[in-house]
Design a protein around this ligand. Structure first.
Ligand code: NAD
Length: 263
C-alpha cells in the first residue's frame, strides 16, 4: 500500500499493546513509517523492538504494563499522554493462546486469555477514549481474529475472547459515532508469529511431522490460500484505518485471512 497524504501520521502518538513481537511489532513499524510516535508494550526483546521502530526515524518508548492488571494499564495510558502530549491511536493487540478441549482447559489459562485478549481492551479504551473525544480525533483498532467470526475445536477461551472483542468494538464505535473517534477491528487468519509457531511445534511433536510438514498441515486445514498473512500486511491495514479515507468506518470487522472465513 502506498503512503498517501491522508496517511500522514506525523505528530500523532500511537500505543500498540503487545508490540515487542509478531503482529504488534509489524503494526507499530507501519505506524512509525507513516510518521507516528510510538509507545510499545509487551515482554521479551524490548531493545530489539525499540531499535526497529527508531530505525524508521520515529520516537519510541516502552511501557511494561501487564495487560492482566487494570492499574498498570491506566498508568500506561497516562504515561503515553505525558511522554508525547496526547494519545491519538490505540491498537489493542496483546494476546495469548492455549489449545485444549473445554473439559481439560486449565481454569487459570481461561482467566488469563479473557483478561489479556478481551478485558484489557475495555481497560485501555475506558481510559483513552475521553482524551480522544476532547481533541476531536482518535483511532482505536482492535486486533481480533478470524476466530472472532468462526470457531475451532480446542480454542474455547480464544474464540470466546475474540467474538467478545468484536462486540466490544461495535459498542465503542456506536458510543463515539458522532465524534472524530473511530473504533474498528482487524480479523487476521494465520500469521507466522511465536503464537502460531508454538501450535506448529505442538502439531509436529504430536503427529511426528517435520517442521515444514506441520506448518503446511496447520495452514492447509484452515487457510485456503495456503499462505501466511504477514505482520506488514496487517500494519498497512492499520495505517489505512488511521487515514481520512476510513473516517466513516465505524464498528467494522475487516478480514485478512487468506479466504478462511469465506468457506
Ligand atoms: P506474539 O506472541 O508474537 O505477540 C504477543 C505480544 O503480546 C508480545 O509482545 C507479548 O509480549 C505480548 N503479551 C503477552 N502477554 C502480555 C501481557 N500479559 N501483558 C502485556 N503484553 C503481553 O503473538 P501474535 O501472533 O503477534 O498475536 C498478536 C495478536 O494478534 C493477538 O491478539 C492474537 O490473538 C492476534 N492474532 C494472531 C494471529 C496469528 O496467526 N498469529 C491470528 C489472528 C489474530
Amino acid at each position: 500500500m502506498t503512503q498517501s497524504a491522508s496517511n500522514n501520521l506525523a505528530g500523532k502518538t500511537a500505543l500498540v499493546t503487545g508490540s515487542t513481537s509478531g503482529i504488534g511489532l509489524g503494526i507499530a513499524t507501519a505506524l512509525a513509517q507513516a510518521g507516528a510516535n510510538l509507545v510499545l508494550n509487551g515482554f521479551g526483546d524490548v531493545s530489539g523492538a525499540l531499535a526497529q521502530i527508531e530505525a524508521t526515524g520515529a520516537k519510541a518508548v516502552h511501557h511494561a504494563a501487564d495487560m492482566t492488571k487494570p492499574a498498570e494499564i491506566e498508568a500506561m495510558i497516562a504515561f503515553a499522554a505525558e511522554r508525547f502530549g496526547a494519545l491519538d491511536i490505540l491498537v489493542n493487540n496483546a494476546g495469548i493462546q492455549h489449545v485444549a478441549t473445554i473439559d481439560e482447559f486449565p481454569v487459570e489459562r481461561w482467566d488469563a486469555i479473557i483478561a489479556i485478549n478481551l478485558s484489557s481492551a475495555f481497560h485501555t479504551m475506558r481510559v483513552a477514549l475521553p482524551g480522544m473525544r476532547e481533541r476531536g480525533w482518535g483511532r482505536v483498532i482492535n486486533i481480533a481474529s478470524v476466530h472472532g467470526l468462526v470457531g475451532s475445536a480446542g480454542k474455547s477461551a480464544y474464540v470466546a475472547a475474540k467474538h467478545g472483542i468484536l462486540g466490544l468494538t461495535k459498542v465503542a464505535a456506536l458510543e463515539n459515532a458522532r465524534t472524530g473517534v473511530t473504533v474498528n477491528a482487524i480479523c487476521p487468519g494465520f500469521v507466522l508469529t511465536p503464537l502460531v509457531q508454538k501450535q506448529i511445534d505442538d502439531l509436529a511433536a504430536r503427529e511426528s511431522l517435520s517442521p515444514d510438514a506441520a506448518r503446511a498441515k496447520l495452514l492447509g486445514e484452515k487457510q485456503p490460500s495456503a499462505q501466511f498473512v504477514t505482520p506488514t500486511q496487517i500494519g498497512d491495514m492499520a495505517v489505512f484505518l488511521c487515514s481520512d479515507a476510513a473516517s466513516e468506518m465505524r464498528g467494522s470487522a475487516l478480514q485478512i485471512d487468506g479466504g478462511w472465513s469465506a468457506q
